[in-house]
Design a protein around this ligand. Sequence first.
Ligand code: PGA
Ligand code: ZN
Length: 425
Amino acid sequence: FIDSVKAREIFDSRGNPTVEADVILSNGIVGRAAVPSGASTGEKEAVELRDGGQRLQGKGVLTAVNNVNTEINQALHGADPCNQAHIDQLMIDLDGTPNKARLGANAILGVSMATARAAAQTTNQPLYRYLGGTDLELPQTFHNVINGGEHADNDIDIQEFLITPVERTSFRDGFEKITNTYHTLKKVIEAAGYTTGLGDEGGFAPNLKSSKEALQMLHTAILDAGYTPGKEIAIAFDAAASYFYNRDTHHYNFEGHTYTPVELGQYYLELLDQFPEIISIEDPYSEDDWDNFAAFTKAYGRRVQIIADDPVCTNPTLIRQAIEKGMANSILIKLNQIGTVTETLAAIRLARKNGYTTMMSHRSGETGDTFVADFTVATNAAQLKAGAPARSERVEKYNQLLRIEETLGVDGTRLAHFPADLKFD
Ligand code: PGA
Ligand code: ZN
């Protein structure tokens, strides 16, 4: 049983404080987990409790830590760590708010993930096996190699340009292709006279003039690395359009232009026509613009994967509404948007049941914790974005997948499933 839970304030990849939690069992086993943090957060995410005030730019998490060490510690003493749903419900009830505002989603998620780790250890299983059972597959990974938007200090409005291996014999084979393309991309960026400093997710953050220029560079890098765009390496992007949406005019202020929603859609179509290797688009419209998001899906949802992130925030209630509206054909899944392992599982199940694909995601502020890698395998989420193949807090997730592949074997590797596997409607 759970003897006690204990949290501490540690620091993430951006140097911001975050919560690390330990769940200590009566048999001496300790499960530990650290909570990530976003920059381009959705409005409806569960509340990340920050102290405010002067200390650490107001970003301290000592209140959340204290909530773990007092109230949550008392509530969980004696509970069975192998009953994840019960533990998570105890914390949801203890919090008593709809968005975990009282205790903090960062406090609750830290304990929720650490509980799963403790339970896996006490039952002598790797985390992915404990959470997932048998018949598991490694995900197709998406790597953010050019960073814009809120993740970089440049003028590109699209937040993430990602590359993904679509033809591979194993996870390792796909990842090797990605690292080759990444290193080639660096040369392409240098040759064009730009700097090769990195953004928050390990991708390059050159001050390019436009999204088209970024896509052209990816296209060139894929070719120069010896691969066929669309056949071996494909492209995806996360527009994170909430961040260039004008809520008063309902227009989009994008790369020096003011676009109506229809014009923005035409721009995306131009990108798709010019770069047919684009297979997935995330948040093409703002989280406040569900009608245009749905209209875009209706128009192009058979051609590309369209992912909803900010509008639904891994929240089953919002996902249900999005599905009713026909918005997107894929759901982005982030544990800390909703705040417990159990609710995240419910979000994934709901999306799948309705024919939506799911992409698991890290946050732009990460730690060395690799929970998300195991969780992706456990849930057969099929897709994972965890940043560039650079910077330890990103690469550690992929290294964990390499370790898992060693155990699962190449037979457990999900091969290319785009686009034939995209089933919706
Ligand atoms: P975030 O970005 O972690 O800064 O929210 C990731 C995303 O928008 O998908
Ligand atoms: Zn996003």
